[in-house]
Structures are given as C-alpha cells and as structure tokens.
Write a protein that binds this ligand. Sequence first.
Ligand code: ZN
Length: 465
Amino acid sequence: MQFKDQIISYFASRRGDLISDVCRVVRIDSVKGEAKPGAPFGPGPRAALDETLKIAAEMGFEPQNFDGYCGTVDIGSGERQLDILSHLDVVPVMDDWTVTKPFEPVERDGKLYGRGTADDKGPSIAALWAMKCVKDLGIPLTKSARLILGTDEESGSGDIHHYYSMNPEAPMTISPDADYPCIYIEKGGCGGAFGASYDEGEGARVISFTAGTRTNVIPGLSSAVITGVDIMTVAAAMSDTSAKTGVRFEAKKDGDIITLSATGLGAHASLPMDGNNALTGLISLIVSLPLGGGLYDKLKALSELFPHGDWRGKALRIDMEDEAGPLTIALTVLKAGNGVLDGRIDSRVPLCSTEENTKDVIAAALEKNGFEPHIGQHAPHYVPKDHPLVKELMKTYREYTGRDDEPLAIGGGTYVHGLRNGVAFGCTMPGTDNRMHGADENAVIDELVISAEMIAQVIADLCGS
Ligand SMILES: [Zn+2]
C-alpha cells in the first residue's frame, strides 16, 4: 500500500497535536439551542463550527462556512471524488458524569473523556488531521476531497439538507460517525401511528393503558388501570405472565380500581431482541384476565397482531430475512383512555421488503381489527460489498488494523442514509464501548489516531493518480 509508512510515521509524532485540537472543540457546549441569525441550530453548534474552521485555517486550508449550517474544508484540485461527512453538534448532558465534566475533556488510561470525543468531534478532527497529513506529505492528488462539518446531525440533519440543496454530492461519501469496519447496509423503515375509538363499556374492564414515549424505543415500563376483578385473580395472572414473558408486574388496589405496572427492559427499536417490551408484556397480562369492554377487545386484537416476543413479525406473516438481516417489528407506544386509543409501530426492514409485502400487510391487518393506520415505509440504504468504495475502505481497514471483520448491516440509520454511495466508516472499533450519548462518553486515543491514518490513506488512494 503506497504511502502507508509515511502516513504512520507522520502521526507517530503528532498524537498530542491531534488530541489538543479535539479538546479545543470538545470544550465548546454544542448542544442544539434556539436559532439566532447565522446560528440556525443555536450559538453552541455555531461556536463549535467556528472553532473547527479556525483550526483548519491555522493548518493552511481555506475553509468555507455555509450560513452556519455546515462548514467545508477542501484538499486537492480537480473534480471532486470524495466527501467526508461528520458533525460537531452533540446530544444533551446530565449531571451523572464521573470521570470529568462533559465539556472539560481529560485523558485517562488511553481514553479521552468528554461529550463529543467519540460522537463526533473526535472523528471530525481526525478527518481534518488526515487532510493535513496528505497536504504535509505532499501526496499528489488528481481529484479533490471535501470534509463537510455538519451541526445538526443529532436533531434532524437540517444542516445537510441545507448544504445539499445548494451543492451536489460527491460520487462517494464516507462518514466517520458510526462503527468500523464500515456499514454497507442500513435497513429500511416501516411504521408510524394507528388509532381507534371504542366504547368504554361497564363492569369489569380496562379503564386506561399507558406505555412508551418515543416510536424508536422499546418501552421498559408500562401501566394500566383496570376495574371489576379481584386482586387474587390478578396476582395469579401476574405470576403466570411473568414466568412466560420475563416482565415483572406490580398491582396497587384502591377500592375497586387496580393500577398495574410492568417493568421489562428498554432498548433501541432497531434491536428489539435486546430488550423486553413492557407494553406487549402488560397486554399479555391483561388479556389473560376476566375483563370486557371496548379497550379490552382492542388489546386482545393487538395481542394477536403483536404477541409478546414476536419481534420478527411472524403473527403478521411479514417475517423475512436477507443479507441485511431479519425484519424486526415492535409496538413501541400505546396510550388509551376515555374511548380513544393511539399507538406507534417501528419496523426495520431488509432489502427484500416492499410496500406490498410489508406496509400494506400491516395496514390491512390493523384495518381488519378496527384500527386506522397511518404508516409509511422508506427504502433501505445499500452500497454493494463489491462497490469500489466499500472495497477501498475494507482493504485499508484490514491493512491498518490487521483485523478481518466483515462489513456491517445495521437496523439503524446513519448520517449518510440516502446519500448516493454513502458508507459509514468508523470511528469506533468492534468491541469498544465509548458510552456514546451517555455519561462518561470517551474515545480511545489509538482509535482516533488510526482513524486519521486510514482516512489519509483513503484520500490518497481515491483522489490520487
Ligand atoms: Zn453522530
């Protein structure tokens, strides 16, 4: 591999400089704020963008600022071949950090702690240093590469919508904002809302049901209010259902009213097998009780369409699987009371899924059971394994790390979802837990350095002669 030795020896003496530049940007609180003139996502993201573009200018680049939405740094001349897409905004912090404060980065045991060190300020600065390396080593380029620094990845990607409304995509895009070795499939999505109204009825019945807050999260907690059934019957059903589902239940009695609560395990909706859905668990309990009324009937219908534990959609007959992995589906939100029910579904679909074999099937099943569906479907993101970009990324990864991992197919979406030939590339190594989005977020310094090296190599290979 041409230039590899020079690239590695270049970074051998520049670890400290790279880390100190990461710290300059991590010190800026760039959580999304109120829009101000020139700062469409608030003053924090704008300040982080300004500081990063200042570092680029100090390196001798001529950065551009696109109205405070994105910044860009270019290297090479001629036709653009490669975009590198990263971001400088961060998710909010809480006061549960133990190693340091979120915006006071410290190095400890080979890791750099601070909000954004891993997602995605560290990788952004690693990419910038990769460009400086190519420039300082005088590696000849016949095409150009552009680093695009976004400021709204965490809250809807308004940054790149603005940027791409004015600028074309490069023929290839990498995004150091996920995992190594690289992500070549991001499943499509199917889901949305459904509603129903019902007669509350009288006597033994379900009065209300509450579970879930966000469509893309498997709920770990749920609760319901029932009436007209004796507490001993409820207790027996609780231990029965608990044994079957692993969901834990509690009941509180107040006169003839019983409040049920359920505890499962929360998870991201793209990985329902990692959680234990407290919503479907509580429905399992309720439908085993001698109750009636309109809401009971609705829950019974849902228990048949979305049985607890059926995350592959077998009951709906939409279970399918291919190179992208299995279809997953979860009932994630359900609120009902006073005759009105409102629910949410999240499904992640493989390459073989179509509106006809997925969305239409779910919608028809819901309609048949008296629910009104409002669901949509979007396509998977797929760059084949034998595409020149994926081959280049895998060759570089294997050459620099000595590892033989395979490209990844995931259920979530990354920053490049929908971009032509966009592939997420790093910067987290397999097996590393960097507490992304949580307390004590950190980046392994060796991983940032090797990321800078590999991105330099990719620029040299894809934009060189
Ligand atoms: Zn990110």
